[in-house]
Design a protein around this ligand. Sequence first.
Ligand code: 2AM
Length: 175
Amino acid sequence: MGEDENQRLFFALWPDEGTRERLATLAVDDIIGRRVSGDNLHVTLAFLGSVDKQVRACAEHVASQVKAQSFTLQLDEVGYWRKPRILWVGASQLPLPLVQLLSSLDDGLSTCGLKPERREYRAHVTLARKVHKPIAHRSINPILWPIDSFVLVESRTLPAGASYQVLRTWFLGDN
Ligand code: 2AM
């Protein structure tokens, strides 16, 4: 299969309308950068990179085997990372079901030939890119995000910027 048939994929938490609205309207100082459009807001769980059909099928199988409960993600801090120059809103604590979801995905994806991320996992939503002026890392009035599913997303780079398309959804267990 040719490289051009590969897809750039990642697993993510995708916000419901209410959470999307709260994220899109979260006021954080004066952002000197490019705010991520509401449609693109998400938390990355695992980044697969550019993969072929077989790896995608393997990753979807892994996702279907995940056993984790629904949970609420509490986004309670904002910060800035200098190297990627992004401004983010994140969770200072990882709920246990999220830890279980992440480890099931990582363990499974390694059987698909994908390398796990080495950096410590930080649950965050990128709010703005190409940010040149840092903001102070601080707590915020938490955004409570009820999560009952996770998704597989394709990332495409268009002249207008990144476009993300949700390909498939898997539901978590009821509490
Ligand atoms: P970011 O928001 O922190 O930049 C689609 O590109 C998503 O995958 C984004 O949420 C991005 O995280 C994340 N991502 C992009 N490249 C990545 C990489 N090499 N490793 C881990 N995550 C990555």
